[in-house]
Design a protein around this ligand. Sequence first.
Ligand code: ADP
Ligand code: MG
Length: 558
Amino acid sequence: MGSSLLKQTPFLIKIKINLDCNYFGFFLKYLGDIVMSEENNQPVFLMGEDTERTQGDDAQKENMRAAKMVGDTVKSTLGPNGMDKMLTGSGEDIVVSNDGKTILNEMDIEHPAAKMVVEVAETQDEEVGDGTSTAVILAGELLKNAEDLLDKDIHPSVITEGFKRAILKINETLSELSKKIDEENTDLLKDVARTAMTGKGAEDFQDLLTNLSVKAVTTVADGGEVDLNDINIKTKQGSSVNDSELIEGIVLDKEKADPEMPSNITDANIALLDFEIDVQETETDAEIQIDDPKKMQQFLDRKEESLKEMVRKLKEADINVVISSEDIDDMATQYMVKNNLFAIENVSKSDLENISKAIKASKLSDLDEITQKDLGKAESVSMKMVSGEKLVFIEGCENPNALSVLIRGPTKHILDEIERTFNDAISVLATAIRDGEVLPGGGASEIQLALDLKELAASVEGKQQLAIEKFADSLETIPRVLSENAGHKAIDKSINLKTEHKKGNKNKGLNVKTGEITDMLENGVIEPVSVKEQALKSASEAGQMILRIDDVVSAKGG
Ligand code: ADP
Ligand code: MG
């Protein structure tokens, strides 16, 4: 059993447990992968024949090397002047990206320790929407610096304890550096959006995207809470990006079910249908009786009557707009036209769900007992021409937070890029509003953290001190890489930056555009606190995890 289980697991990473495993470790060391069973003295095969195993220092070194390589790979992309990477995968597509997470995803990394670092990027992106390169670079640096300590025979557990202590201090410094922000501070929020978007492509449209994203997020924000599901993003190819707009309500890439229907309904009373308007129960009858003209006529009459009845029910409930996720029979559409109803058919399930939230209506599964409570209201439902395209707008919805962003662009490639950048921006803005705090960027926080850690290290006894110092050195990499990527003399900038911080100018960072060291809050280079906090925390955790591994077992062909 044991052996087959191990075979199924492509990579098994055993974390060294320093307590009572010596006995077990002894067997492993001296009997290779065979342990004698105590019961019948038969050998027990712990691992399959083609299992590979690396232990001790070799395992540690190899893991650290792999993790560092991941960090080094994304270094050149950090910051506004970071370079792009071109990746050609197994498919036809070529991906050009500046985003740490995208690059690592495309690289299809296999090594288990390197994969742990890639996971750092994924978590970072999911939790806070930014800071992936920072997290990955830092994880690599922490391991590079830890290697020096291992070479000096400092035990991994001393290093990990030092890292843990560093993180506690880091959280203190971050809250000292932070500045309050809320949904009313639109100017500050614009700085946050702009900082998050720099270097991410879509540069030409930064102002437009900054304004759109801040307007969208502040509209749906409510007392520090932001539900990004309230922002419905729609992309439509065929126009300039500058035609992108924000609609207070819902926009649908749909036309009315019949051109004769009214194009504009004010005081809309809306029914959402999740079923087909047709006469289904008699369909099979019709097939059987199709050769009997009399019965056929009877069927058609019955169908007409029942469709009329359906439309009558809608009218009786004062409904003037019908939005259905299914087909509406042509005959029913004709009665709707006669009754001045506006209808849209075959709306996607997800659109129907979004509309239901926006107008606070239930999705009906039949028309038998419609109550006003099931219906939704909007100030208007109208069909408009937007840059040559017909779209349906539902505006002035019952839920004032319902919002759509219509992204336009001439090609699919541009649309995708704009959509991705917009998504990044709203996600970072939501993080900033939820945090209620922001930090100076451009390496300002990293330098201050490094100085504070050096100070802490000086007060710590024993070899842990060295680990905390190494953490500080690792943090200094971030401003150094930022300036290197911008073509500045990294060493000079780092020294000047440290001097400023020692003088108490805690918000000073490197403005990579000018090469000057300035107050980042005044310069508008601003990041949410938890982007940095999460990046440092997960980099440190991944580093610790990799440091603790001293045995790598990989079952081939798993
Ligand atoms: P990440 O994936 O870590 O977010 P980015 O490539 O987005 O990586 O770079 C983020 C870093 O760039 C942050 O440290 C941020 O403070 C810095 N940054 C952004 N804009 C500027 C700027 N105008 N000047 C200096 N640093 C900047
Ligand atoms: Mg970023």
